[in-house]
Unconditional design. Sequence first.
Length: 473
Amino acid sequence: MKLYESLADDIAQLIRTGVLAENEKVPSVRTASRTHGVSQATVFQAYYLLESRGLIQARARSGYFVRAQAKRALAEPEMSVANADSTDVDVSELVFSILGSIKDPDTIPFGSAFPSPDLFPLARLARSMSKSVQHLPARAILADMTSGNPHLRRQIALRYMMNGMMNGEMNSPDELVITNGALEALNLCLQVVTQPGDLVAIESPTFYAALQILERLQLKAVEIPVHPRDGIHLPSLQESLQRLPIKACWFMSSFHNPLGASMSDEKKQSLYDLLHQHQVPLIEDDVYAELYFGNTPPKPIKFFDRAGLVMHCGSFSKNLAPGYRVGWVSAGRYTEQIHRLKLMTTISPSVPAQVAIADYLQHGGYDRHLRKLRETLETQQQLMLAAIARYFPAQTKVTQPGGGYFLWVEFPEHIDTLKLFALALAQGISIAPGPIFSATQRFRNCARINYGQPWNKATEAAIALLGKLIASQ
């Protein structure tokens, strides 16, 4: 990290935490230079970077000031209310009908589950693949099919260790099973701890793929309310664990899809203690962990696991290489069962994709890419929030996540987002309507909006048009 980038990050953290309040003057260039022991040119570079990220603005003959953030004027949704009993899941037809209708490349993809591919270093990855495949021993092609590429597993384990994100057990490459993306990892985890008819605790709302997997495996959902800022409601989970024979939990601990919520370290510890008390395994879907804003990566619940009860699932699909379909699971006491089940199904993800990512992690500047990606997403979030404040009805509520690339928008009660989806799609705009995120197809006045697309005049015009469509209902 360059000196001016480090200084910019320090000031950005002061703004995020409210130490520097909106409209407050930032220290002058001369003062900042003297205080931090850097040149005035370095301070100017830091301020230019903060200005480009939408955090400060220059005022003629007055200096730099903290920009008034639109998110401060937007209300936050309330905590969800969930069905207290188990529910049969039947959402696939609705999900497939919606996803199938937004394949047009000319559609503005606010409903997409991925950020823009323009944000990924695809050309550099291609060079990694070309180089690594040329030097791949013939025997490794077969050996890596069973256990996953050992170099990739070492790189993943090393990354966790260097970030201080994992305990000693998690740092072992032997703990990792490489999978065809995180979705296969999540599937395998669920299959090794449940049988058809079992009850699984999930968040409400939750990622629609989780609902589809429960439906396919003939499992029943127990929906647990989620606060839009700090995640799962522990008292509701505790009551459900005491009352119902729940066999597993599937939760997102950081930058929840679709809400963007993140649990504090204290809450993650309490959640783990509760599950350990009941000996209920946790499938931790943590695919957005690297997309945090600020300087400190979030700890997964797996960090607090001392009994191998947590199956921690990650992926490169959301932050590096969506088409390569390389994920993993650190499965604790279930590692051998997951390994065997994988050999009975897909055997292995692409070996060339594995070695390409392993090479990129070691030589390609992964941290530099992630830093740029996080800064871009944070800037785009601020621009999206400002546009929502300008164009959406005054009663609109929206989440304000500290990472990821999703906003959860709650419209006035009379708005039906399934109808809004159809109206918007006819105008070349997609959204993800709330009912696809619920086993009982609730949240009809809510939608998930992806801010991971480049911000330009067309993007802002699409938000403005969405505002008009909402006002017309």
